[in-house]
Design a protein around this ligand. Structure first.
Ligand code: ARG
Length: 464
């Protein structure tokens, strides 16, 4: 604990207990917000002078002092340490050390309660666009692969059982759609939190003639939080971000899991380059998809942070409670993990080679076009359920002969239904199967090509 009395200690006789100080200090976590804290203080000091609450030269001294603290922190002259309580007090204390008693005027009409909410919102206004950039980059990596593999056939799966032929590009575009919505969610969250809480003071507002709008403007907010109690007591913006990021991580984990599965010898669909794989310290033949596994594994951090934040806030009476100090660690965790995982996945996707031949081969086996045979029979007037049954019989027979459907002689196929004719082979070909799809949004190559093109256009707008 520092020798000097805490800035709030007027009514206290004794210093805080060492254990209590250590337990309650947040400096190790929230010092990360020093830039935001100083930016907010400069805007606040300027406004105080504009409004005639402090003198112009006092504001100047304060602003100069704060500006020099920025360089002190940058070059390491001023360092945060465990003796400090939190970032707000540490910077204010430093300011007073540098410029004397006038530094004490900075906190006029303000409280750490609106200050910390401001710092968080400023931080997120900077962090969210960075996460969006990484999501957009991953979309772009997926689109590149989709373009390369616009015609590559693969078995589509349900229950991890080969089900129907699809284009690899169509499969990849499913993730593009998910990430597109993820970006929208981030934007939405970013625009909702774009309000300045400063001026709420402790929670009831202040009797000084402050100009909340001017401060909000200077700091680049689109407005102010309307209710002073709400301004200091809610953290829904953090919870929204954590849930948007949880959804992103869920999407990434599915992508990661597929890459892990597909890189097995059993699947053999993908090879990830040496740049994103690692070897085993004991089994020389191994090449492990660690980066994809880590993305899958890091999901827990983000889900955990969401639950952490929800739990911190649950049942808290209005307005500020010290519990809320615990929100910083999950906030940073969510931002960093989501950002880094998106970045990693974009690299993994770029460093992945999809094995066209292997995917095609697999598509030819496993009776993926059985649905086509059933649909063929339906078009010849047989009710779908009956067509489904007939096809099932044919598949069972083919399986016994260990033969793909498309290699069964016409005579045998006709033994299941005399509606089957020579033209059936066209439909049993997986390439035709995807061509034959006509419902909008399906794996039809023309639709997929259009989807890639329209995503390219959307992406140009998204990448702000
Ligand atoms: N370090 C505190 C936090 O992060 C700042 C606000 C403290 N306010 C208070 N009334 N003790 O929540």
């Amino acid at each position: 604990v520092s020798e000097t009395k805490a800035l709030w200690a007027g009514r206290f006789e004794q210093p805080i207990d060492e254990v209590a100080h250590r337990f309650s200090s947040s400096i190790a976590v929230d010092s990360k917000l020093w830039r935001e804290d100083i930016r907010g203080s400069i805007a606040h000091a300027r406004m105080l002078a504009e409004a005639g609450i402090i003198a112009r030269d006092e504001a100047e001294q304060i602003i100069d002092g704060l500006t020099s603290i920025v360089s002190e922190i940058e070059i390491g002259v001023f360092q945060f340490d465990d003796s400090m309580e939190d970032v707000h007090l540490a910077i204010e204390q430093r300011l007073t050390e540098k410029i004397g008693a006038v530094g004490g005027k900075l906190h006029t009409g303000r409280s750490r309660n609106d200050q910390v909410a401001l710092d968080e919102r400023l931080y997120l206004k900077r962090a969210i666009p960075q996460i969006i950039d990484r999501a957009v980059d991953l979309i772009s990596a997926l689109l590149d692969q989709a373009e390369t593999h616009v015609d590559t056939l693969m078995p589509g799966y349900t229950h991890v059982q080969r089900a129907q032929p699809v284009l690899l590009s169509h499969h990849l575009l499913a993730y593009v759609e998910m990430l597109g919505r993820d970006v929208e969610r981030l934007r939405d969250c970013g625009s909702r939190l774009d309000r300045s809480p400063l001026g709420a003071a402790a929670f009831a507002g202040t009797s000084y003639p402050i100009d909340r709008e001017a401060v909000a403007n200077e700091l680049g907010f689109s407005g102010t939080v309307a209710n002073s109690i709400d301004a200091v007591s809610d953290r829904d913006y953090l919870i929204e971000l954590a849930s948007a990021c949880s959804i992103i991580m869920m999407h990434l984990s599915r992508m990661a899991e597929e890459l892990v599965l597909w890189s097995t010898t059993e699947f053999g669909f993908v090879t990830m380059s040496d740049a994103v794989t690692t070897g085993s310290s004991i089994m020389p033949q191994k090449k492990n998809p660690d980066m994809a596994e880590l993305v899958r594994g890091k999901v827990g951090r983000v889900y955990g942070s969401l639950i952490n934040l929800l739990t911190i806030m649950k049942g808290l009476p209005l307005a500020y409670n010290r519990d809320m100090q615990e929100d910083k660690a999950p906030m940073f965790e969510v931002v960093t993990t989501t950002h880094d995982s998106l970045e990693m996945m974009a690299l993994v996707i770029r460093e992945t080679t999809f094995d066209r031949d292997r995917m095609q081969q697999t598509t030819d086996q496993g009776y993926l076009t059985a649905t086509e045979l059933a649909d063929y029979l339906v078009r010849k007037g047989i009710p779908f359920r009956e067509a489904h049954y007939i096809t099932g019989r044919a598949v069972a027979h083919a399986e016994l002969r260990e033969q793909p459907l498309q290699e069964m002689p016409l005579g045998i196929l006709r033994s299941f239904s005399d509606k089957i004719e020579e033209d059936i082979y066209r439909f049993l070909d997986p390439a035709t199967s995807v061509l034959e799809k006509r419902s909008p949004g399906s794996t039809n190559p023309e639709f997929v090509r259009n989807a890639i093109a329209s995503w390219r256009t959307r992406l140009a707008v998204m990448a702000t």
